[in-house]
Design a protein around this ligand. Structure first.
Ligand code: HEC
Length: 271
């Protein structure tokens, strides 16, 4: 991914410059926080909300249908508050699904798209206008803005997913013997200039779950939680994380439940 890595290098340089100034002030974390705040106030990700809305209501696919009757857990087409409770169990598929796997179900069942085709394009190239799924994910999540993350784990399969996610979060695996918790289980850790979010801290995990999907500066486009997990798997040199696999949904269930109570505010802005 030459563009992506190049983009990261460019942003790292920019951060380095900013950090230099901040170091002079003796408070590096404050400086980075101020930078992030400034970026978030002018978030290009907002542009995807309207695009996603148009896509949602447009009649598309072999069945020439919109997504208006797609059910995200609160009734057909009811989007307000829906992502605050995802992942959740859906009786029609008999699975626990996150936003993106549910979108796949609807795009296949209602609109007649081929699953493989959507999956192939789900994570868009850096610098692009974003895939349909990414764009729709931004719009649908934005309908829960201001609401609190509230996973209930009422169904036994939701509890199983949570347990699996917790296990995976703490389990060391692969050639580097990394677990998520090694990078995300302590305060004030960094890789190069990137802060590593401390996800066993309630406040920090809430900040995470409140802000995905997000605009990713280094990629000049929007990204979802599926992408984020895919990228951390890559960093851990684990086998490629399959899009909307149970492993990804287990981890998302674990993270979202840990972040319960977070006030949703998407799209987030990530460096
Ligand atoms: C080798 C260290 C490393 C490991 C292990 C790792 N991550 Fe990450 N993770 C990162 C880095 C670096 C970032 C953020 C980089 C950035 O600033 O763009 C990140 C970011 C994230 C984020 C987004 C945080 C935010 O800003 O909102 C999530 C969610 C996440 N990781 C989940 C996981 C999960 C789940 C695992 C285990 C499957 C995992 N990570 C394992 C390094 C790691």
């Amino acid at each position: 991914m030459p563009i992506t890595r190049g983009g990261i290098a460019a942003i790292s340089l920019a951060c380095l410059a900013a950090w230099g100034t901040v170091l002079a002030q003796g408070k590096p974390d404050d400086g980075l926080a101020i930078g992030r705040q400034m970026l978030a106030e002018d978030n290009p990700g907002d542009l995807w909300i309207d695009r996603g809305k148009n896509l949602f209501y447009e009649k598309r696919g072999p069945k020439n249908a919109s997504l208006e009757s797609c059910e995200f857990g609160l009734g057909p087409g009811k989007l307000e508050g829906a992502t605050a409770q995802l992942p959740r169990y859906f009786p029609d598929t008999d699975r626990v699904q996150d936003l993106e796997s549910r979108l796949l179900t609807c795009m296949v069942e209602l609109q007649g798209f081929k699953r493989e085709d959507i999956v192939k394009r789900a994570i868009s190239p850096a610098g692009s206008t974003g895939s349909d799924v990414e764009t729709l994910a931004i719009y649908i999540s934005s309908r829960s803005n201001g609401m609190k993350m509230n996973l209930r784990l009422a169904h036994p399969k939701e509890r199983e997913m949570y347990k699996a996610g917790e296990y995976l979060f703490f389990r060391r695996s692969g050639q580097t013997d990394f677990a998520c918790v090694q990078c995300h289980g302590e305060p004030d850790k960094r890789i190069r200039l990137q802060d590593l979010v401390h996800m066993t801290d309630k406040k920090q995990i809430q900040e995470v779950v409140a802000t995905w999907p997000a605009y990713r500066g280094a990629h000049f486009t929007v990204r979802t939680m599926q992408w984020r997990l895919y990228d951390c798997f890559w960093q851990m040199r684990l086998p490629e994380l399959k899009y909307t696999s149970d492993v990804s949904i287990a981890l998302t269930t674990y993270l979202h439940y840990q972040g319960n109570g977070a006030v949703i505010k998407v799209p987030g802005f990530k460096r």
